[in-house]
Design a protein around this ligand. Structure first.
Ligand code: ADP
Ligand code: MG
Length: 259
């Protein structure tokens, strides 16, 4: 059975896609079988995995509206060593199509049942909204990884996301239990970031991952080459941090399975 994690935060530019891509590639380093699902019409996770979003015929859109199966749509990221369910602009109309479907929040979950035993981890890169797309992601997942920059306004909006997750847990998906905040783009020299980081730990305790992802230019350069950061420069601080984060996640999942 695959462990399914959403990478979600309704703010844009907070490091969701960077986390999804690099976590996928890092889990491969640990010999895990990984599927990365792009449900953001921007298609950044697709492009960043080395797949041309404009050249793909089928995307997660067809899967969500139940016109294609995941097995028909997925593409291998040769450079990352994982499978990708790609996305592009076509997906921007999906919310309207989904509204008309029965059981509209569970489309992705149903589609995933078929490939569940083919992967160890399935990661879902969510759009910067709390839309039906994100709800489909959350309804399919065991956990949510929330990337956060430790800035003054970072906590703003977190309450909305946490409430949405609670609602999904109660009404749509009782399996959604592993919520974790990942500190990203961190610069320890900035006192405010350190303070916000401390506040996060104080407030959310064990729900904050121990690993911190530093701000690292190699991670920012990688997407324009269509290569996951950890494959682009495996010795960079950013790459090492993501490999460490993937080890932490694997350990957490194991511990919870035993409990
Ligand atoms: P989101 O998916 O939440 O919109 P992205 O992952 O696309 O966010 O990141 C937003 C921008 O920040 C991108 O240009 C990305 O390359 C850059 N970025 C993300 N994480 C880091 C990091 N740890 N260090 C430096 N730049 C980063
Ligand atoms: Mg993104």
């Amino acid at each position: 059975m695959a462990k399914i994690f959403c990478v979600a935060n309704q703010k844009g530019g907070v490091g969701k896609t960077t986390t999804a891509i690099n976590l996928a590639a890092s889990l491969v380093v640990h010999k895990k079988r990984v599927l990365l699902i792009d449900i953001d019409p921007q298609g950044n996770a697709t492009m960043g995995s080395g797949i041309d979003k404009n050249a793909v015929e089928l995307t997660s859109y067809q899967v969500l509206i139940n016109q294609s199966t995941i097995e028909d749509v997925r593409i291998r990221s040769e450079i990352g060593g994982y499978d990708v369910l790609p996305a592009n602009r076509e997906l921007s109309g999906a919310d309207l199509d989904l509204v008309q479907l029965e059981d509209r929040e569970h489309q992705l979950k149903k589609a995933l049942e078929v490939v569940d035993d083919q992967y160890d981890f399935i990661l879902i890169d969510c759009p910067p909204t709390l839309s039906l797309l994100t709800l489909n992601g959350l309804s399919a997942a065991h956990g949510v990884i929330i990337p956060m920059q430790c800035e003054y306004f970072a906590l703003e909006g977190l309450a909305d996301l946490v409430n949405t997750i609670k609602r999904v847990h109660k009404n749509l998906n009782a399996n959604l239990t592993q919520i974790g905040i990942l500190r990203v783009m961190f610069d320890a020299r900035i006192t405010l970031q350190q303070q916000v980081s401390d506040q996060l730990v104080e407030h959310f305790k064990d729900n904050v991952y121990k690993t911190i992802i530093p701000r690292n230019v190699r991670l920012a350069e990688a997407p324009s080459h269509g290569i996951p950061g950890i494959n682009y420069d495996q010795n960079s601080r950013g790459a090492k941090a993501y490999v460490q984060f993937s080890a932490e996640l694997i350990k957490r999942v194991k511990k919870l399975d035993k409990a």
